[in-house]
Design a protein around this ligand. Sequence first.
Ligand code: AMP
Ligand code: GLY
Length: 421
Amino acid sequence: MRILIVGSGAREHALAWKCMRSDLTERVFCAPGNGGTGGMAHNIPIAADDVVGLVKFARREGVGLAVLGPEAAVAAGVGDALRDLDIPVFGPGRGAGRIESSKAFAKRLMSEAGIPTPAFEVFTDPEPARRWARERDGRVAVKADGLALGKGVVVASSPEEAEAAIAELLVARSLGQAGTTLVLEERLEGPELSVLALTDGREVVPLAPARDFKRAQEGDRGPNTGGMGAYSPPAGLAEGLIEDVVGKVLEPAVARLRAGGDEYRGVLYAGLMLTAEGFKVLEFNARFGDPEAQVVLPRLESDLVPLMLSAARGSLASSPDLRWKAESAVGVVVASGGYPGEYRSGYPIEGLTQMPEGVIVFHAGTRYEPGRGLVTSGGRVLTVVALRDSVPAAREAALAGAGRVRFPGAYFRPDIAMETV
Ligand code: AMP
Ligand code: GLY
């Protein structure tokens, strides 16, 4: 089968890597892919949100399964357009994708379906928003309604901080259209957990849980990023927690979407906070997490392709044969100096042939330049992943690998997965 993977990050490289291990796979195309996917699959120069280009390509090449990586592809309606051609798509249509692309939509859906989530209110005017924040002493999360690549959330500790965030979004319009509606949420405390599940719109099959590290700097300091690393499985999860999340979060969400006419096929990601009063949903994503995919997929023993295909066709078994490696996986992101702010690109990358044994490097912001070889081309450049018998051993190997990557300004967090020591 010919598989089209839409996107260009390390998540998509991990998906391509996993698909290449399937007997069902004849060829993998990545649109547009990166310097890593180009070496193992076929990169095609079509942007992830170029609906017309992707449709033409998929029809011409006889694509038998399309996999949507980034939210931009979901929000552009790539899934709907390919499904109109009867191509099985692993990834929701634009309607079901609102569970990620509109935080107000997601919060209303959670209220209606009785899914545990922090108390909230939706605002389009600054004054009532400021009042709501002041009543909570400024301990609120201020969230832009629309997609903002991880930059749309400010977790405030004081009324001044909350008011500044409200003013930035609603008055200065710092995120443009994405920030014209705000969600304010009570601020909670606790460790976070990412639970991703395959679904065909009815059945929900959880994958191994993961935890990502969103802040740029060691010790959870600095600005939020797309994710600086992840590990799986996280330590100290209560017995039965994942089953509980399936029954109280993922199944009701999928059922509610279906009731509203939006059948969800693909991977649904619940971002949870484990509070003293139980888990609460902070956000949904309509796709694999990045960097979660880079640590979850290498732990999966089973063939992913038939699973994605049956989810895409609406025929996922209620308990398919999912086998997992007992080993733990730790993924460390190597980023460009300055990310998530401004950074420079185009630097040659060295050291990739000197990885410790069994360490996998998934590319993100890389590309091949004729005559120069592999150069940096983005903020998150690579995810270095190690599987070992324990989290500390996996962390040590992943860090050793990350330390061997060389380009000017390269940085990574040395404390990914550290909490379990
Ligand atoms: P989100 O995109 O909604 O998941 O928010 C991004 C990050 O902001 C989360 O991963 C949390 O670390 C933090 N955050 C979001 N909402 C809250 C909340 N209600 N209380 C505390 N932290 C939050
Ligand atoms: N790692 C968080 C995300 O993919 O949105």
